[in-house]
Write a protein that binds this ligand. Sequence first.
Ligand code: ATP
Length: 245
Amino acid sequence: MTNDGVMLDIAKLNVHYHDFQALNDVSLKVRKGSVVSIIGSNGAGKSTLLNTIMGINKPTSGDIAFMGPSIAGLEPNKVVARGISMSPEGSKVFEKMTVKENLLMGAYLPHARRKVNNSLEKVYELFPVLKEKAEQDATYLSGGQRQMLAIARAIMSDPQLLLCDEISLGLAPVIIKDIYRKLKEVNHAGLTIVLVEQDVRRSLKNSDYSYVILKGKIVMEGKSDELSEEEVADAYFGVNKYTRF
Ligand code: ATP
């Protein structure tokens, strides 16, 4: 990690899908212990950014440094081994596996496997419903429970940085609130978090620092409690001074 506490340092990242440029000179920093949100509408490039950090997408140019060294272009299992994990968009779980088996899949790397019992205890304490349903197939879980399972599975790899892709998608407000409360708990326990969200108010409320992404470009950033919801919404929709594309 650098002296100023920056854990993740992304510099001038460009990502293409064939001729289409999905990320355009994206630079951002995540400080250790913080919650950072990436706010943007459908298709803004949020998932592409998280997938590129995880090594699922490969950058065309630019750098991603994590705790010092570059991880740009590493294979996903190497990225996980370095200490980053992701709860993917759409709370994807392995339907035909039990809840416990899903969780164990998150701890497949040697260093996580050594701590597996400890980690299981930790996630069961965080989401008691997963303990109750440990032996049931994931296919029987509700939407909220699936999201909890996806987050818990990511935590099972014992990461230092957790990436959460649209955890509120399709869930009832009361469930979303509960999940954000749990994320705050794990953040206070030391885990650094990057959240991707479409909801401006929710993003600002649940993070320390925010970036707004529009058509693959960061168009605004600042401390979440200092950004105005209206200005962020303007940036998000590309109105006024942000319409330069
Ligand atoms: P969403 O919330 O809809 O997932 P997002 O902000 O996460 O939106 P991305 O999924 O990163 O956006 O998509 C960014 C842009 O890249 C979009 O224009 C999308 O159509 C395009 N894109 C994403 N994946 C691919 C792909 N595999 N091939 C071609 N284009 C893609």
